[in-house]
Design a protein around this ligand. Structure first.
Ligand SMILES: Nc1nc2c(ncn2[C@@H]2O[C@H](COP(=O)(O)OP(=O)(O)OP(=O)(O)O)[C@@H](O)[C@H]2O)c(=O)[nH]1
Ligand SMILES: [Zn+2]
Length: 204
């Protein structure tokens, strides 16, 4: 059963079905394993905070496409490209459970159906707030839009910086990873893809 919890540091509330007590116990045991004393004053409330933080960071598991779109699909004439770019995301890599973050750019050519603009950001968040691979983030967003809008095509470009490559491992501070998923005319028609990529380069 879902219950509403508040993140005390932000005042933000959200619903979760996680067993926060069980997650706190794991966080406590984690602290012990790294050689810390979970009973010391500064760490006393940490397991609870970690549990709430992880419930927030992975809340996308508790959302469905239907819930996120919430019926905001509208009928529309025309088949001009729509581009929503610079949607920021924060995600956790599934290999190291470390953050990666950046921006998602989305383009599509409608075929009778358009999507409420805010829903692009909600869609990105739903998939980003799960353990992810950057490639999969792009393909899941593209797949969801193909399913919901049945458009002529969709293009998704994700630019991300991975802390697992910055603060450990190869320790490269300036590399960004760009992944993309092209569907329909964005895949089949070079001109469409070029138009999309040119729009991504243009300044607002
Ligand atoms: N393709 C892809 N790889 C990722 C992503 N996030 C992390 N990785 C990579 O996953 C790989 C895991 O490689 P392993 O050799 O099993 O793990 P590791 O020893 O921690 O690797 P290093 O990071 O090279 O130290 C690394 O190359 C990471 O850079 C992602 O979103 N997409
Ligand atoms: Zn990683």
């Amino acid at each position: 059963m879902k219950k509403r919890i508040e993140l005390e540091d932000t005042g933000m509330t959200f619903e979760t079905a996680y067993d926060l007590e069980a997650m706190s116990r794991l966080a406590r045991s984690w602290l012990e394993q790294i050689g810390e004393d979970p009973a010391r004053e500064g760490l006393a409330d940490t397991p609870g905070r970690v549990a709430r933080a992880w419930a927030f960071l992975t809340r996308g598991y508790q959302q469905s496409l239907e819930e996120v779109i919430n019926g905001a699909v509208f009928e529309a004439e025309g088949s001009e490209m729509v581009v929503v770019k610079g949607i920021e995301f924060y995600s956790m890599c599934e290999h190291h459970l470390l953050p990666f973050f950046g921006q998602v750019h989305i383009g599509y050519i409608p075929d009778g159906k358009i999507l409420g603009l805010s829903k692009f950001a909600r869609l990105v968040d739903m998939y980003a707030r799960r353990l992810q691979l950057q490639e999969r983030l792009a393909t899941q967003i593209a797949g969801a839009l193909m399913q919901v809008l049945e458009p002529r095509g969709v293009g998704v470009v994700v630019e991300g910086a991975h802390l697992c490559m910055m603060m450990r491992g190869v320790e490269k501070q300036h590399s960004t990873t760009v992944t993309s998923a092209m569907r329909g005319v964005f895949k089949e028609d070079l001109k469409t893809r070029e138009e999309f990529l040119a729009l991504l380069r243009s300044q607002p």
